[in-house]
Design a protein around this ligand. Structure first.
Ligand SMILES: Nc1nc2c(c(=O)[nH]1)N[C@@H](CN(C=O)c1ccc(C(=O)N[C@@H](CCC(=O)O)C(=O)O)cc1)CN2
Length: 286
């Protein structure tokens, strides 16, 4: 038997339609400013996708490109200006940043109420206190994808492989808030297969192509593959591989594809977060 395919695009379209309707109720279109440093090809492509999707959803957006030699001081000073600009509702700094920049300092400099990525310590605290306002786009997108396909994690065993700021850690908080029993495994976890086989819901976000093989998955598990690994091929377009081996479809109940699974949810959720930021700011003004 082959697993049900949990495709991202229909779930992303549904979320974008709801988001466009919320945006249309605001006094003016919410504005998102995206800061990109340097020309990393993946970042160029993700930022262009975010800008395009914002406009298609009835939001206003702008992209500011700074050279990869930009000093931390200059970046912080631009963030301070955007924090103070009442016309800007959401600010996003595309990651990764060049190695001379302290990511922690930069993310902590954002106004938490404009931090549409949900990486500021105040937003991390809100999530772990059980009342998130702006939470990271990929894990919130994962939760929306599950709910789009009718899955509830309440009372279920959820195993996350990976403890990154962008996915693993915030996903653990969201799953706990949704009443799952959560285990976070990582590179130092011994006998990973014994841990992952226990999962009713298995989430994998480590950036290692095909790390999870069929013997590591319990029969009937729902498997969410958050990995995007680029396999460069001479003279051809790079092939994208997930962290989960495709043969896992033979044991799992449901599986997200790569590409076309979680990826589109990240961008759709960013639009929803931008609208949430604008709604929150409007409430503060009332
Ligand atoms: N500030 C942030 N930086 C980064 C984030 C983030 O959430 N905030 N996440 C990732 C990259 N990312 C968005 O920025 C992202 C990754 C993947 C996709 C996506 O749609 N993937 C497609 C495949 C696209 C391709 O061909 O490469 C898919 O999986 O189907 C969207 C956004 C790191 N940086």
């Amino acid at each position: 038997m082959s697993a049900r395919v949990l495709a991202g695009p229909p779930a992303a379209e549904a979320l974008l339609a709801q988001t466009a309707a919320r945006a249309a109720k605001l006094a003016k279109p919410p504005h998102l400013t995206i800061l990109r440093l340097g020309e990393d090809p993946a970042s160029v492509s993700y930022v262009a996708g975010k800008d395009k999707k914002a406009k298609e959803t009835g939001l206003s957006s702008s992209v500011e490109v700074m050279p990869d030699t930009t000093t931390q001081e200059a970046l912080l000073s631009r963030i301070a200006e955007l924090n103070a600009d009442a016309n800007v509702n959401g600010i996003l700094v595309q990651l990764p940043l060049p190695s001379h920049i302290d990511e922690e300092k930069v993310l902590s400099a954002l106004d938490p109420d404009k931090d549409v990525d949900g990486f500021h310590p105040v937003n991390v605290g809100r999530l772990w206190a059980g009342h998130p306002h702006l939470a990271p786009c990929t894990p919130v997108g994962v939760m929306s994808l599950l709910s789009h396909y009718g899955y509830s994690v309440a009372g279920k065993r959820a195993v996350i492989v990976g403890r990154s700021r962008i996915v693993g850690r915030p996903l653990a908080g969201l799953l706990l808030n949704a009443s799952a029993t959560v285990t976070v495994a990582h590179s130092r976890t011994p006998n990973l297969g014994a841990v992952t086989r226990e999962a009713d819901f298995l989430f994998v976000a480590v950036g290692k192509a095909h790390l999870i093989t069929p013997d590591m998955v319990g029969a009937g598990a729902v498997v969410i593959d958050v990995g995007i690994n680029r396999l460069e091929r001479e003279g051809k377009k790079a092939r994208l591989l997930g962290d989960v081996h495709p043969d896992v479809a033979e044991v799992a109940r449901a599986l997200t594809p790569v590409p076309g699974g979680v990826g589109p949810m990240t961008i759709a959720q960013l639009m929803a977060n931008t609208v949430s930021a604008a709604e929150g700011q409007a409430q503060l003004r009332e």
